[in-house]
Design a binder for this molecule. Structure first.
Ligand SMILES: *Cc1c(COP(=O)(O)O)cnc(C)c1O
Length: 399
């Protein structure tokens, strides 16, 4: 049995991977079992923003691994505080709660917002509402898919918890109209990643922030995918100079090595949690903290947001310059770029398969959008080589 058949036999079929078996990674490259090299234009949905096996991240992990790994938060450890101080300082937040996966940090944000609504805002018991956006993606738990507008994410998984309400994305007036006395929070991605790399108008988030402040509603930004430099700023909210009341980080926070996530917020929000309210066995473990701290430091030291801004603009222009009827639009910010193909003329999946043949790995999102999100450490020379291949593949498809 080949490895692909073996995986198909023993692994749940909740993904449909491209037919390539990866065995090694370094920087912007990954290699398959035949030694063929590929550009990684997925970066594990932005979890590998620092590139594969960044030596400083590997050093931080192995050094911690030789000392102490997992003890749970029943005890203090010596690197949780430095990690959270760094995260709070960089984001302008007061406090943080460590979790592992993104979805767990989103769940944490929802719990914080609800409890804040009851204990601080004065919402009547069990009446708190959270407003989210159509086309959102915040993870896969039951309560998170409860407010997904994607039917497939929900079908067959009900019943769902109540207390969520969707409004159109990029429509601040719709947000304001949906707010009631029971509204605890507005949970939003500054750019919708899984929704198809949807970039709202400049000023949208700023308008949302003002509306939230006016109505005493928490603005909680999910920057699990857009955070840590991906869009050309340290946080995507910085494009609009917005300071949210809560911020959710994950993916790249784990340096491509471990699942590390955080919910960060103002003190009066975080202080709703008391011992025993919430927790996670692995959340804030020493390995995660060592890697998270190094991932944050590296992002700043190596000026990854600046690199993403500069190379992202260059990459997006190069993609826009490809003259092809199969390209409908190219959109994005920084190194989070989506190419929407004309569904009548080409299938995004087939283009991804052709790109794979030529040494570029990426995946379609929402059937018609091809994601280009390389590690932020990509050099201009590497990007240029990748652009030549992409151009050629798209031109081949254009007939
Ligand atoms: C990936 C993602 C999540 C979920 O993170 P997991 O680690 O897969 O649970 C949540 N929100 C956004 C915006 C994401 O891109």
């Amino acid at each position: 049995m080949g490895i692909i058949e073996q995986e198909n036999r023993y692994c749940a079929q909740n993904y449909k991977p491209l037919p390539v078996v990866l065995v090694r990674g370094r920087g912007v490259y990954v290699w398959d079992e035949d030694g063929k090299r590929y550009y990684d234009m997925m970066s594990a949905y932005s979890a590998v923003s620092h590139g594969h096996l960044h030596p400083q991240l590997v050093a931080a992990l192995t050094s911690q691994l030789s000392r102490l790994s997992v003890v749970s938060r029943a005890f203090y450890t010596d690197n949780l505080a430095p990690f959270l101080e760094k995260a709070c300082t960089l984001s302008g937040m007061d406090k943080a709660l460590p979790m592992n996966t993104g979805a767990e940090a989103v769940e944490t944000a929802i719990k914080a917002a609800r409890k804040w609504a009851y204990s601080v805002k004065g919402v009547e018991k069990d009446k708190a509402e959270i407003i989210t956006c159509e086309g959102n993606f915040h993870g896969r738990t039951i309560s998170i898919v409860a407010f997904s507008s994607e039917q497939q994410y929900k079908a067959g998984f009900g019943p769902f918890p109540a207390g969520f309400k969707n409004v159109p994305f990029n429509d601040a007036a719709a947000l304001e109209a949906a707010i009631t006395d029971n509204t605890a929070a507005f949970l939003v991605e500054p750019i919708q990643g899984e929704g198809g790399i949807i970039v709202p108008d400049d000023g949208y988030l700023k308008a949302c922030a003002e509306i939230c402040r006016k109505h005493n509603v928490l603005l909680i930004c999910d920057e699990i995918q857009t955070g840590l430099g991906r869009t050309g700023k340290l946080f995507a909210v910085d494009h609009d100079a917005v300071k949210p009341d809560g911020l959710i980080l994950g993916k790249a926070l784990g340096g491509g090595l471990l699942p590390v996530s955080l919910f960060l917020s103002r003190k009066d929000v975080m202080d709703v949690f008391t011992p025993g309210d919430h927790g996670s066995t692995f959340g804030g473990n020493p390995l995660a903290c060592a890697v998270g701290l190094e991932a944050l430091s590296l992002t700043v030291e190596q000026q990854l947001p600046e690199a993403a801004a500069k190379l992202g603009l260059y990459f997006m222009q190069a993609l826009q310059n490809i003259q092809s009827p199969i390209i409908k639009t190219v959109r994005g910010k920084g190194l989070l770029i989506g190419v929407e193909v004309n569904a009548d003329l080409a299938s995004a999946r087939e283009i991804c398969e052709a790109l794979m043949q030529k040494g570029i790995l990426t995946k379609e999102t929402h059937e018609t959008v091809i994601r280009f999100a390389p590690p932020l450490v990509i050099s201009k020379a590497e990007l240029n080589s990748a652009i030549i291949i992409i151009k050629q593949v798209i031109e081949d498809f254009s007939g």
